[in-house]
Design a protein around this ligand. Structure first.
Ligand code: XLS
Ligand code: NI
Ligand code: NI
Length: 426
């Protein structure tokens, strides 16, 4: 029997040349890629991707302990790529994401690796949701990549990003992502904020020029995060990053890749970040994970919080759904989940959460209760006084006169929060 969302047959996974040889393609309870919802299939709505780094590169070390996972594909980039594609095929999803160094470690040419990845993509039909460059790991990036005090580091970062977007372009990636974890500061005593922001703005402009030059049609995405590894990161959240992009005239060129756990680190909800990006025409994609609100770091757990994904997908669907983006499972198993089948539990249940949330969100849209409440709440802005104010037909004095002549004395109305929360819970 094929494993379901709750059951992966223990002992069936063998560690041999074909890493997951005895695992049959996963049958889900809720995720049915071909099921049509609101005119699109589940697969087309969610665009779920598996990331290369957590599952295929991380061997479980933490600050106090050594690596403890046995990952049989660590011998060579070829094996790792094979395992990645085999795993995604078993899961039955369509996309993957990777950093340059995940699949092409130091000393191995990214170009050669790109060929190998391309062959696997062709064989399996799996597509690249996004590519990116790791600008955090190497010691040269200790004080930032593009915001480094040394222009030589900026230049090396530029060359690395050029190679990574070249690879993404060759693999027909749907997006290119920047997450700039070292671009921030530890102390303002040694940091010239204006100088570093100018460098960062310059870097992004160079990337935009290059993207257009090579004809890369995917979207450029920035992934905000307030801290970790740095004390303060420049891409703190969507609002801070929007202000930065506007300062350098780049707001039309970038969209956001929003990660649930990064939103909560910034003191926001996931929905807040999604709503902010949508309201500013800058929504791009999701890094789908859950954080632990009792811990102050990016725990990257598999997405299991149904109500946060229901609300997030509800907001996204209302705006027409994903375009180039999707749901990237930027998540890893806990350190005690040492077996290969734990990788399946994590991914399967993350995918089930997304599927169930999509079904709930679509039901909310069809019922139309939440939208009609919201519409009614703002209805007076769509006629008379509201329209005159918005369309600059009144100045302050005219508004004050209006208040007097019409004896305006507006009464408060209930926000009905508890009723609305009940609707979200279905
Ligand atoms: C780190 C980020 C990272 C990006 C890709 O916190 O989530 O994993 O998604 O560089
Ligand atoms: Ni991420
Ligand atoms: Ni993260």
């Amino acid at each position: 029997m094929a494993p379901t969302g709750q059951q992966v047959d223990e002992g069936k996974i063998q560690m041999n040349d074909h890493f997951f040889q005895n695992i049959e393609p996963i049958q889900y309870r809720y995720y049915n890629p071909k099921q049509k919802i609101l005119g699109k299939t589940m697969e087309e709505h969610l665009r779920i991707s598996v990331c290369a780094w957590h599952t295929f590169c991380w061997e479980g070390p933490d600050m106090f302990g050594q690596p403890l996972f046995h990952r049989p594909w660590m011998k060579s980039p070829e094996e790792k790529i094979k395992a990645l594609f085999e795993f995604i095929q078993k899961l039955g999803v369509k996309y993957f994401t990777f950093h340059d160094v995940d699949l092409a470690p130091a000393g191995v040419s990214l170009e050669k690796i790109t060929d190998l990845i391309g062959e696997e993509m062709k064989r399996t039909g799996i597509e690249l949701l996004w590519g990116t460059a790791n600008l955090t790991g190497h010691p040269r990036y200790m004080a930032g990549a593009m915001t480094n005090p040394d222009p030589a580091v900026f230049a090396v970062a530029a060359a690395q990003v050029k190679a990574a977007i070249d690879a993404t372009h060759r693999l027909k990636g749907h997006n290119y992502v920047l997450w700039n974890g070292r671009d921030g500061y530890e102390t303002l005593l040694n940091t010239d904020l204006r100088q570093e922001m100018d460098q960062y703005g310059r870097f992004l402009s160079l990337l935009v020029d290059y993207k257009h030059k090579i004809g890369f049609k995917g979207a450029l995405l920035i992934e905000p995060k307030p801290r970790e590894p740095m004390k303060h990161q420049y891409d703190f959240d969507c609002a801070t990053t929007s202000a930065f992009l506007r300062k350098y005239g780049l707001e039309k060129e970038f969209q956001f890749n929003i990660e649930s756990n990064h939103a909560t680190l910034a003191g926001h909800t996931f929905s807040h970040e999604i709503a902010y990006a949508l309201a500013n025409d800058a929504f791009g994609s999701l890094d789908a994970n859950d954080g632990d609100l009792l811990l102050g770091w990016d725990t990257d757990q598999f997405p299991m919080d149904l109500s946060q994904y229901t609300h997030g997908l509800y907001l996204i669907l209302q705006h027409g759904g994903f375009k180039t983006g999707g749901c990237n499972l930027d998540a890893k198993v806990r350190r005690q989940s040492i077996d290969l089948q734990d990788l399946f539990y994590g991914h399967i249940n993350g995918i089930e959460t997304l599927a169930k949330a999509l079904l709930h969100a679509a039901a909310l849209i069809e019922k139309n209760d939440l939208q009609s409440f919201m519409k009614k709440r703002y209805e007076h802005w769509h006629s008379g006084l509201g329209q005159d104010i918005l369309h600059k037909k009144m100045n302050f004095e005219q508004i004050a006169n209006y208040v007097q002549t019409h004896r305006l004395d507006p009464k408060p109305h209930s926000g009905r929060q508890e009723m609305l929360e009940g609707m979200l819970n279905l």
